[in-house]
Design a protein. Structure first.
Length: 419
């Protein structure tokens, strides 16, 4: 018996921009006649361009995926990474039979359980209990089999209090919890999980990753996992592939693929806020600068190791506000938390109208990495989060006084791991 769980053979997927079909009834009929009666290749597959989100389109057709050949072994946990629009979700949708490929075929051995989007496969008018039975039936399980797993599913999801409430009243996090619990406990041979787990809280993400490890290691089932969380990919996956513009640009060990992806997607110089105004009915953010730099390249003095974050904006009414600033490495590991607002004297009141917040952070003396992700939350203490901003920044440590322009090696810049 073959140990191959999934085999992708020459998988490609083409989409037409803007319309469904070919645009006119005569074109649709001509296409149908060419394929089904004359037995020739679809003429519209001969046109189209690479799916590059940043390039101006010169064709009505794009290739979301192109010439994907891939084998996944039984019991393997395969990580799939890539930029937005690289084709990750399209690949999983074809595997889950949500959509058909334009060319090629997929050979899969066993039942497939998919969690592609929040609420995938749920009927919003049905209760959580009814959706568990409905999903199980779709997967080919009997009522007796579903009943035997029911309590385990509900306990894992942590939604027992709401199990007889219609799913339309669930939060997105609750919906993901129940959806993942169903998919993982129905004992499919293949489990497909898109980055939807990012909606869940930290406790549930940890529990979900542990469950996927158990499903693979102890039950011999196959898992395909898409995520932008490189730490989760590193922890869970035994192998990974990187997609770029609909094609596989690297397949190998998890560390090889992650390092290649991070190296080729390092940050570029650009405005931290990039003229995008963050706003809601209470607050509008006009600018965010760090060490007076409007760019993602941040210069610090190694003798001071200080970051000064300045935020300007507009308030619709007077409020007490404080900052929470978190630093993550490229694998999404939290390196440092700065939260002056936990001390009452650091909570400041700002009048209605224009406001400016400025906080200075003293970094650790030993710096080991030169690139990190920065999350800035402006909150009303113990009440609500007014806005959250996240971006990647790079530190450049300037030389000692008297050696103007000298830059330290990259290994001397960054943040100390505090774990």
């Amino acid at each position: 018996m073959s140990d191959t769980a999934i085999k992708f053979e020459n998988i490609s997927k083409q989409y037409r921009l803007g319309t469904i079909g070919t645009g006119t009834l005569s074109h649709d009929l001509n296409r149908w006649w060419t394929i089904n009666v004359r037995g020739k290749e679809d003429p519209y597959l001969k046109v189209g361009q690479v799916n590059d989100r940043e390039a101006k389109s010169t064709s009505d057709y794009v290739w979301a995926l192109q010439d994907i050949d891939l084998e996944v072994k039984q019991g393997e946990v395969l990580g799939i990474i890539g930029n937005n629009g690289a084709g990750k979700s399209t690949l999983l949708k074809i595997l889950s039979r949500v959509t058909n490929p334009s060319t090629g075929r997929i050979l899969a051995h066993g039942r497939i359980a998919s969690l592609l989007e929040v609420g995938t496969g749920f009927h919003p008018e049905l209760t959580g209990r009814e959706n568990i039975y409905m999903n199980g039936s779709i997967m080919g399980m009997t009522k007796t089999e579903i009943t035997s797993k029911f309590d385990e599913i509900v306990e894992f999801a942590g939604v027992e209090k709401y199990i007889d409430t219609p799913v339309k009243r669930y939060s997105s996090g609750m919906t993901v919890r129940l959806g993942f619990a169903i998919a993982a406990h129905m004992e499919p041979e293949i489990l497909v999980v898109d980055e939807v787990l990012a909606v869940g809280d930290a406790e549930f993400q940890k529990k979900a990753i542990g469950k996927m490890q158990d499903v693979s290691n102890y039950q011999g089932r196959t898992v395909l996992f898409v995520s932008h969380n490189m730490g989760a990919i590193e922890q869970l996956c035994s192998r990974a592939i990187s997609l770029d513009k609909g094609k596989i640009n690297l397949s190998g060990t998890t560390n090889e693929v992650i390092n290649h992806y991070l190296k080729n997607n390092s940050i570029v110089e650009g405005k931290i806020i990039d003229s995008l105004k963050i706003h809601n009915h209470q607050i509008s953010i006009e600018s965010i600068t760090i060490n007076q730099s409007p760019n993602n390249i941040i210069v610090i003095n190694p003798h001071e190791n200080r970051l000064t974050i300045n935020i300007k904006g507009y308030l619709s009414e007077g409020k007490k506000m404080s900052l929470e600033i978190r630093f993550y490495d490229q694998l999404e590991h939290l390196q440092m938390l700065f939260s002056p607002g936990h001390l009452y004297e650091n909570i400041k009141f700002f009048e209605k109208g224009q406001f400016e917040i400025s906080e200075t952070i003293v970094l650790p003396d030993s710096l080991t990495k030169n690139e990190f992700k920065l999350t800035i939350d402006v909150t009303r203490p113990n009440i609500e989060k007014l806005f959250s901003f996240r971006n990647s920044v790079k530190l450049i440590c300037k030389g000692i006084q008297g050696y103007s322009g000298l830059e330290f090696p990259a290994s001397n810049c960054g943040l100390l791991m505090l774990r």
